[in-house]
Structures are given as structure tokens and as C-alpha cells.
Design a protein around this ligand. Structure first.
Ligand code: AVI
Length: 307
């Protein structure tokens, strides 16, 4: 069995599958469509913050930097950042979806001819061989993707980033706790794009693993869990059913649910405390006027000389 087959099999038994499996080419396209939905405020709020504070980021990052983007999608956000920098030397987008990465890296290389664009296909939570830095290495982790990790995992991941970014810094986007109805709407858009994104997990299993998920027999469910400060996405079985792939059978009762994603929301203070536990100095945070989304400038603590 491949990585996806093995993890999906274990996940279906445990009723919880990692959200990283959403992102094949179809899932990446659906995610980009989510970002355009009026209910999904994070993307446009973060873009506006990046645009508004671009001169500050340019000053903090300094000239001749290398930008390492974790989970680079369409690279729209990093363009705002690159445009604010003085003579950036290199851009290293890291993404699990190789095809998607190649296309967006090629477009970026065309538009920034003096920038060395070095795409790296891989899982930044697993083994990743980073090239030697071409300049001061600054990590960029937008979109509140950190929220898709359990807090203990998020801390581990940030600690790992702190090691990679020694001598540099990290600019990270983090979604904030807010009125639950706004959160509910963002993950239940009227056009059903988030539902299609969620269901793409099983559609992908049908395409790649020859699984026989009946996509009409599963419902998208997304809700805010206030004590845990997270959105949970699930796929809920509409009836008793069996699903098979690669010779293995899985049984579901009506109402059984498979947890497919958590999206944690933080307060500014709560996130800064997490970053400090992970070995960063939380130097500065920017939030929009409605306090929906935040950007944080974090500097690895062993690295006191950095600004
Ligand atoms: C990528 N990640 C930060 C998105 C989020 O909001 O948690 C993924 C997503 N899931 C449903 N809508 C968007």
C-alpha cells in the first residue's frame, strides 16, 4: 500500500484522517476556489494585511533575503511580500502537491527573472532536505495553515522551523477566535465549495486507489467547537454502508463520522505564547480592524542579533 492508502485505511478505522490528503491537484484547485468565496474571510483579510504592512515587512526582512514558503499554493500572497523586498535573492516554495507547485513556481520565475526560484516538492512535517540558504532565510507560512495542526504538533512544527530559520525569522498568518457564526459561515459556504473540498478526500481515494466510496452517501459537516477553539470538519455517513479498497473492507453505520480536519483559532496572546514555547521570540503582530486575522513576526530565540 502507498502512503495515502495506508494512512487512509488507518484513518477510516480510527475515524480520523489527516487533512494533508485533501491536496491533490483537484483539492488544491478547490481550496483556491474556497479562498474566493465571500464567506471565507481569511484569505482577503490576510492579503489586505500583507498589502498594508508591506513596507514594514520589507524593512524587517532586509535586502538579499531568501524566502522559504511552507505549503506554497498559488503564490499570490508571496508576490505581495516579494514586491516589498529589496533585491530578494531566492524563493523556495515547499509543497506536498508537486504538480501544483511546478506550475505556480514556473509562473513566479517568469514574473521575477532576477529571483532564483527553487521549488521543493515534499512534506515539511516529514523529511525535507533544504538547499543551502542563498541569503538571510525568512520563512513565510501564511493562510493559518498552522491552525490545521493539533496545538502540540503546531509547537513541534514551529520548533522545527526555528531550527531551519536560525539567523532568520518567520512571518506567519494565524486566524483568530471570533464570533462563531462568522466561523460557521466560512466553512459552510453557500456554493458548497467547502463541501466539495471535504468530499474530495474520498473522491481522490476513488481515483487513486480504486476505492468505491459512493460520494452521494456522505455529508459535509463543519462546526465550531468553542471549548477547543477549533472548526471541525467531518464526513458523515448517510446510511449503513461498506467501502472497499485494495482488498480491505470498512463498515460504517448511519451517522458514523470521519473527522477530516481541525482548524484551530488563536488569540494573539495565545499564539505568541505557543511560539515562545517553540523557541521563538514573538517580536510583533499585526491584526485587521475587525480583529479577524493576524500576522506575526517571530525570530528564533537563539538568534538575538536579528531584528
Ligand atoms: C489551509 N487551511 C488553513 C484552511 C483552513 O481554513 O483551515 C483549509 C480549509 N478547510 C476548509 N476551508 C478551508
Amino acid at each position: 500500500m502507498t502512503g495515502f492508502a495506508e494512512e487512509l485505511a488507518a484513518g477510516l478505522r480510527a475515524r480520523s484522517v489527516s487533512p494533508k490528503w485533501f491536496y491533490d491537484a483537484e483539492g488544491s484547485t478547490l481550496f483556491e476556489a474556497i479562498c474566493e468565496q465571500p464567506e471565507y474571510y481569511p484569505t482577503r483579510t490576510e492579503l489586505a494585511l500583507l498589502d498594508r504592512h508591506a513596507p514594514a515587512f520589507g524593512a524587517l526582512i532586509g535586502p538579499g533575503a531568501e524566502i522559504l514558503e511552507f505549503g506554497a499554493g498559488a503564490s499570490r500572497k508571496v508576490r505581495l511580500l516579494l514586491d516589498a523586498l529589496s533585491a530578494p535573492r531566492a524563493f523556495v516554495p515547499v509543497d506536498i502537491s508537486g504538480e501544483h507547485l511546478a506550475a505556480s513556481a514556473a509562473a513566479l520565475a517568469r514574473d521575477y527573472p532576477s529571483l532564483a526560484v527553487r521549488p521543493l516538492a515534499g512534506d515539511f512535517t516529514g523529511d525535507l532536505a533544504l538547499p543551502a540558504p542563498a541569503g538571510r532565510r525568512v520563512g513565510f507560512f501564511p493562510g493559518s495553515s498552522i491552525g490545521n495542526f493539533e496545538p502540540a504538533e503546531a509547537e513541534r512544527l514551529l520548533r522545527r522551523f526555528a531550527g531551519w530559520l536560525h539567523g532568520g525569522a518567520l512571518l506567519i498568518g494565524v486566524d483568530l477566535v471570533k464570533e462563531p457564526s462568522l466561523l460557521h459561515a466560512a466553512y459552510n459556504d453557500a456554493r458548497g465549495i467547502t463541501a466539495a473540498f471535504n468530499l474530495n478526500l474520498f473522491a481522490r481515494a476513488n481515483r487513486e486507489l480504486g476505492a468505491d466510496f459512493d460520494l452521494t452517501a456522505w455529508s459535509h459537516s463543519a462546526f465550531y467547537n468553542p471549548p477547543l477553539r477549533r472548526i471541525e470538519m467531518h464526513l458523515v455517513s448517510r446510511r449503513r454502508q461498506q467501502v472497499s479498497f485494495q482488498g480491505v473492507r470498512f463498515d460504517f453505520e448511519e451517522g458514523d463520522s470521519v473527522h477530516t480536519e481541525s482548524s484551530y483559532k488563536y488569540t494573539v496572546d495565545g499564539f505568541q505564547a505557543l511560539a515562545r514555547r517553540a523557541g521563538f521570540d514573538a517580536r510583533q503582530a499585526w491584526v485587521d480592524a475587525e480583529r479577524r486575522f493576524s500576522l506575526h513576526w517571530l525570530v528564533p530565540t537563539a538568534n538575538k542579533e536579528a531584528t
